[in-house]
Write a new protein. Structure first.
Length: 163
């Protein structure tokens, strides 16, 4: 059965825009892309100091893959883009986060749904708001628009609507 998955994309090393374009093409092979957010420039949150700004976006993907299969595919796409996981919140060539998979709630060692920090990060919420501002967190009931209003847009700048 097909399910709507929301995936956040981010990159701040190498050629981020080209990397995000390739990632979106790979994501389209995992189902049907039914929405793509604008592209945002964001200041790094956490991690080592001195990182370059990120480019962030989000997509809505209609997929037949299970959440676990989708997450494994996201990790493969990251690896193909040269992602190396050494330090938490460090600069990266590509970051793909599974934010929501329908209304599923999951808390296993390999997968937590919804993404545990998504509703606390404007760089995730701003692109999600482009796709579905009324999207509801399945545990708290807070909408994307409500969470974004609570957090504000400090450090998040809309770059281009279509990329």
């Amino acid at each position: 059965m097909s399910e709507a998955a929301f995936i956040a994309l981010g990159a701040n090393l190498g050629e981020p825009l080209a990397t995000l374009h390739r990632a979106r093409e790979h994501l389209a092979s995992l189902g049907t892309l039914t929405g793509t957010s604008a592209l945002y420039r964001t200041v790094p949150v956490g991690g080592p100091p001195g990182q370059p700004d990120y480019l962030n976006a989000a997509v809505r993907l209609q997929t037949e893959l299970s959440p676990q299969e989708l997450l494994a595919a996201l990790h493969r796409i990251e690896a193909q883009a040269g992602r190396v996981r050494r330090e938490r919140w460090a600069a990266r060539t590509l970051d793909l986060d599974l934010i929501l998979y329908g209304a599923q709630v999951c808390d296993t060692p390999g997968l937590t749904l919804p993404h545990p920090r998504a509703w606390e990060r404007a760089f995730v919420l701003a692109p999600l708001a482009d796709l579905s501002p009324a999207l509801v967190h399945p545990l708290t009931g807070e909408t994307v628009a409500g969470a974004l209003a609570r957090l504000g847009l400090a450090g998040v700048t809309r770059e281009v609507a279509e990329w």
